[in-house]
Structure formats: C-alpha cells, structure tokens
Write a protein that binds this ligand. Structure first.
Ligand code: NDP
Length: 630
C-alpha cells in the first residue's frame, strides 16, 4: 500500500456542511471528492427516507465500502476528500482499518439550532430534520481530528483545514546531545519536525535555529524558543518528545506546557526518568486527558543518530499512535525488525531502561577488572590488551562495550596511551543507584550491579585508594593465568550478570502486574543499545520458554562448567591485591546458589535469639514456625 497519499475525511452530523466544505477543499487541493452517502445501499436510503434511523448493522457494509474506496485511492498513489458522518468511534475504526496514518479527520462542529436552520432550508435531501437529534445522540467527538467551527464562512473553514494539515508531525524539546541526534535521525526518516530548546538570556539563545543551521538534514524543520508558538506549530493530536534533564526539571517543563495542550495530545519523555515518576506523571496527566508515554532510549549519541533501542510504556492506545514514529528511527534487529517495542503499562519502560543501565554498569566493570588483571598481573600494555579483547570480540563474547574498549585502549595522545592520562575516577548519573535500590526493594540479589556501582563510588575517594595501591605492590606471590582461563572467567561472569539483571525485571513484572515479555526485551537489546551483544541474541530463545536465564539448561550448565576458571581468576586477582567486586560477586552468586555451605540457618537462629523472629525446621513437612528460649 502506498502511504504517500492522504484521505481527508470530512465528518459531522447531517447538515453540518460536509459536502460543501469537502468539495471546496478537494477543488483547492486538486483532488477528487466523494460523498460517502453515495456508497449507501438502496435499502439504507429507503429506510432513511421513511424516517427510520439506521442501525449499526445497516451501517457496517456502508462503512466498509468507504474503507475500500479510501484503500483504492491510496493504492493508486492519490489523495481524495471523502464526506461521511462517521459519528461513532467504532465507525471511524471500520473506515480507517489498516489506513490509520493516511487519514486526516476533519470534524465540522456547530450548534444543533444552526444545523436545524440549515437543514430546513435544504431541498432534495433524504435526511429529515427529525433525525438530527438521533445523530447528536450517538455522536462521539473525535479527539484526533482537526475541529472546524461551522459558523465560519466556507473559505475560512477550508483555509483553517489547510493550515492545520500542513502543521508539523512531531515536536522535540531539548536539543542537547540526545535530542539533537534524535531530531537528525527523524528528519532523515522524512518526519516533519518542530524543534524547541529553552531560552536562557546570554546563555542559551536561538539554540533550535542554530541547530537547524548546523545540520543540512534539518533544513525543513522549524525552530522555536517560544513555547506557545512551538506547541501551536504541531498538528493535533500533538506529539511532543522531551529529551531533557530528568527529575524536577521534567515536571516543571510539563507544567509550563500544560496551559497550551489539549485533550488527546501525547507527551513522550525520553529522558532517564525514574519509573515511579513516570507512573505518577501518567496518572496526573490522564486526569487532564493528556497521554504520557515514558520511554527508555539507549544507544548514546551515536545510537540516537543512527538507530537507538527504544523502550516505551504507558497507555497502549497512545503508544499505537506513536509506534510508527519510533519504528522510523529505531535500530533494526538481525531480522530487520525495529529495536523498539511496547514494554508495558505505567513506568515499565523506564524501569527496564534502568535495569539495562544496571547490567551496563556491571558489564563495564567486568571489562575494567579483566583489563586490570591483564595490565597489572600479566604486564600487558594497552595495545596488547586491545588485541586480546579484539580476538575475544570476534567470537561469542562479541559486544558493543568490548568493541568500544578495544578502540579506547588503542588511542594515543602523543607518546602516551590516552587511557593512562585519564583521571581514575568514575562518574555516574543515578540509574545504577536506582537499579540497586529497586533490586533491593524487590528482594533480588544483584550483587554484580551493586558491586559495579560501589566500585565507582570507591573510585571517588581517590586519595586513600592511591595510598593502598602503593602498599599492595609488594604482595605478589601467585602464578599468572592463561588468557583462555581469563576468557572463561569473563564468559561465566557475564552470564551471571544477565541472570541477575533479568531477574530484577521478572520480579518487577510480577510485583506490579506488568506482564513483561523478557524475550522481546532481549530482542530490542540486540541492537542500538549499549549492552547489545552476541550473548543477548542467545537469550531471546531462552526467554521464549523460560522466565529465568538459569532455568534454561544451556546457560546454567555453561556458568557451572566455567566456574573453576572463574574461581581461579578470583583467587589469582585477589592474591595480586586487585579489586574485582564484580567477578567476586559473580562467583559468590554461584556459591550461594549451590547451597552446599549455607549460612542462612545461623542468621535465622540469631534472629530468633535476639528478636524471637522464629525459624522453620529442615524436613518438617508441616512448615511450622518454632521459637527457642536460647
Ligand atoms: P544534555 O545535557 O546534552 O541536554 C539536556 C537538554 O535538556 C538540553 O537541551 C537542556 O537545555 C535541556 N534542559 C535542561 N534543563 C531544562 C529545563 N529545566 N527546562 C527545559 N530544558 C532543560 O543531556 P542529554 O541530551 O545527554 O540527555 C537528555 C536526557 O536524555 C537526560 O534525561 C538523560 O539522562 C537522557 N539520556 C541520555 C543519554 C546519553 O547517552 N547522553 C542516553 C539516554 C538517555 P539547555 O541546552 O538550555 O541547557
């Protein structure tokens, strides 16, 4: 089906002027006009002439005829104006089946008195004035339409329709690193854009205009720094994608926009917002009949520019209206499907993005710890380590993060490796912290994410770290491991990291009734996002049949098979006084799961000792709780 044509569907009750306005619009656009009434069956017309209202059964074939007319028009790569009352939402759904993006609804509205007067003056029409009330009774006013006041003169009405029709499809707020790149991506996909960046005198002036001038692909976009003009430049229902600082700034900005928005408008927050904030914003805006979609976006600046992974959540109805826009810019998986999918209700999209970032923290930390071993124990220089990582990256360990690290390690500044010139302090913007808190609140052991987060915190207390580093150098008394052993340890730890991360998502899905599809989440993370990897590809089928990675024999067996190497790596690294919180957390997870040398019974006894918290007994089928006077 060719999507370049448009159907202008002029709707409203009988007597509202659909034919007059439709014909005038068609003549100005130089396209055909069709009166929907001509597509009624003879029996429908007879019924109306005899003063009986049509029922939905009578209307069904008629509406399907109009859908066929619209489909044929679009298939012929042309546009047309069709006049049709289309009073109920369900009628409009029949007319627009499979054509949603190509139909522009134009709703002619006016008072019953005015319409009655016009109908009374009309001759040669089969709709008696008496039937008008029945039309008003069933009318469901469409949210997504251009609403035109019929008390205006016809030419003004048509001018307004044309003005509204040629408005912009998508508004983007915030032209920082991410917003600017997403805008360029959408512009390349042919989406008509309005761009807005706030105005701060002397600091942020004409940002949108300057951005448009800097990138040729944005030449058709319109730039704004005046919020009302930006909002009014958008076609209704307005779709506004925010890519600004998360937190209170986002709330403040929503408040600023609110007076200029209308029912049915859709706000999308692509920033790294907390999932509970998203849930609250959805509920708050729902009361004002404004849709709010919170979406995770991953891929950094390059991803935003060439294809990010996108994780939207909120009302499914609203999502359906923006899906085509997300698909237009998302990365593609290996089957060519977009790495964007509806995640679930409430703030589930931002939750999933938060855990994505948690997994990312641990993936980065594992690479850093492996690097530390190769550098300080094996004595390899950054270039040699890049070669080791590059070789791993050619096989099953392939990942975007490993690939990036190869490039990082090869980069020189003058005679020095750039990595050696970078201050040894790691920053964070909060999502690792939130992921750790969420895991803890949901009761999921996510020691690797926590370890990676705390490693960043430790790096900030650098003076004491330097001191310990100096002291530890003399303590070397272990044998070095082979590269293959290190590779196996890294392979095992990565599986455990993904097991822990996805377990948090599973727990949230159950706790909040989100019904999340883990396999599809893994799929949209196979490209565009920062944690894309070959391992992620392998996880798609695993999550089809199972809700946990470790329920899938291949993953559980592989991590257990590689456990000896993981253990050797941890022992050796610790003997060399390396800090390896993520590797030790992964090994500890396997040890704890095996339950061979459990310590929980001691804890339970201690709890009962000082707090009378009771305990259960082994092999006690009754499940009874006991308390001992210790
Ligand atoms: P930048 O700092 O580059 O840009 C931030 C944007 O937000 C700027 O346009 C800024 O406007 C605007 N802004 C800040 N405060 C306000 C405010 N009070 N009112 C209106 N606009 C405001 O950040 P990024 O583009 O990197 O990130 C944007 C969002 O995307 C953040 O939520 C971030 O967490 C998230 N994100 C970032 C990723 C990344 O890799 N960088 C990846 C995925 C998500 P001004 O120019 O006037 O300061």
């Amino acid at each position: 089906m060719n999507q370049s044509g448009k159907i202008y569907l002029v709707m409203g009750v009988s007597g509202s002027g659909k034919t007059t306005i439709g014909q005038l619009l068609a003549s100005q656009l130089h396209i055909d006009f069709f009166d929907g009434d001509d597509f009624h069956s003879v029996s429908n017309i007879e019924k109306m002439k005899s003063g009986q209202p049509l029922d939905d059964h009578d209307r069904h074939d008629w509406l399907k005829n109009i859908n066929t007319l619209a489909s044929k028009t679009l298939a012929a790569n042309t546009s047309a104006v069709i006049a049709c009352s289309a009073l109920k939402k369900q009628y409009r759904e029949i007319i627009s089946a499979n054509l949603k993006e190509s139909i522009i609804w134009i709703y002619l509205h006016g008072s019953k008195e005015l319409i009655q007067q016009r109908m009374a003056a009309r001759q040669n029409h089969y709709m008696p004035v008496a039937l008008l009330q029945s039309q008003f009774d069933i009318l469901e006013i469409p949210n997504e339409s251009i609403k035109i006041d019929i008390s205006l003169d016809p030419q003004t009405m048509v001018n307004t329709i044309l003005q509204e029709t040629y408005k912009t499809t998508l508004g983007i707020v915030g032209l920082g690193v991410m917003g600017k790149s997403l805008a360029r991506n959408w512009a390349r996909a042919g989406v008509k854009l309005s761009l807005y960046n706030r105005f701060v005198k002397g600091v942020e002036e004409q940002v949108a205009e300057k951005t448009i001038q800097a990138y040729p692909e944005l030449e058709k976009a319109s730039g704004f720094e005046d919020l009302p003009s930006f909002i009014h430049s958008l076609a209704k229902p307005r779709i506004i994608f925010m890519m600004i600082k998360a937190g209170k700034e986002t709330d403040r900005f929503i408040d600023e926009m609110l007076p200029h928005l209308d029912a049915g408008d859709i706000l999308i927050d692509g920033g790294n917002s907390h999932y509970e904030d998203t849930k609250n914003r959805i509920a708050f805006l729902e009361k004002k009949q404004i849709h709010f979609i919170g979406t995770g976006v991953s891929g950094g600046e390059k991803g935003a520019l060439y294809g990010p992974s996108i994780m939207p959540s909120g009302s499914y109805e609203a999502y359906q209206k923006i899906e085509h826009l997300l698909y237009a810019i998302a990365a593609k998986d290996k089957n060519g499907n977009p790495c964007a999918a509806y995640i679930g209700p409430e703030g589930s999209g931002h939750f999933v993005k938060m855990i994505h970032n948690g997994i990312e923290y641990a993936e980065m930390q594992l690479i850093a710890e492996t690097y530390a071993y190769l550098r300080y124990v094996q004595g390899l220089d950054p270039f040699a380590i890049a070669q080791v990582f590059d070789a791993w990256n050619q096989g099953d360990l392939h990942s975007y993060l490993l690939e990036s690290t190869v490039q990082i390690l090869q980069k020189k500044e003058g005679e020095s490796y750039l990595i050696d010139l970078i201050l040894d302090v790691a920053g964070n913007k909060g999502t690792g912290n939130w992921a750790t808190i969420a895991a803890s609140e949901l009761g999921i052991p996510a020691g690797m994410i926590t370890g990676a987060l705390f490693a960043r915190y430790v790096s900030t207390i650098k003076e004491s770290i330097r001191h310990i580093k100096q002291a530890s150098i003399t303590n070397i008394h272990s044998t070095q491991l082979s590269i293959d052993t290190i590779k196996s340890a890294y392979t095992a730890a990565r599986i455990i990291n993904h097991q822990q991360g996805f377990l948090i998502i599973k727990a949230a899905s159950l706790e909040f009734n989100w019904n999340l599809d883990l396999s599809n989440i893994a799929r949209i993370w196979t490209n565009g996002c920062i944690i894309r990897s070959r391992l992620m590809e392998k996880m798609i089928p695993a999550f089809h049949d199972h809700y946990e990675l470790f329920e899938y024999p291949e993953f559980q067996e592989e991590s257990l098979r590689l456990k000896p190497e993981l253990k050797s790596f941890c022992i050796s690294a610790l003997e060399f006084d390396l800090s390896i919180p993520c590797f030790t957390a992964s090994l500890d997870y396997l040890n704890s799961l095996s339950g061979m040398y459990s310590t929980a019974n001691i804890i339970q006894a201690q709890r009962d000792f000082f707090g009378a918290h009771t305990y259960q007994k082994m092999n006690d089928a009754s499940g009874a709780f006991y308390h001992t006077e210790w």
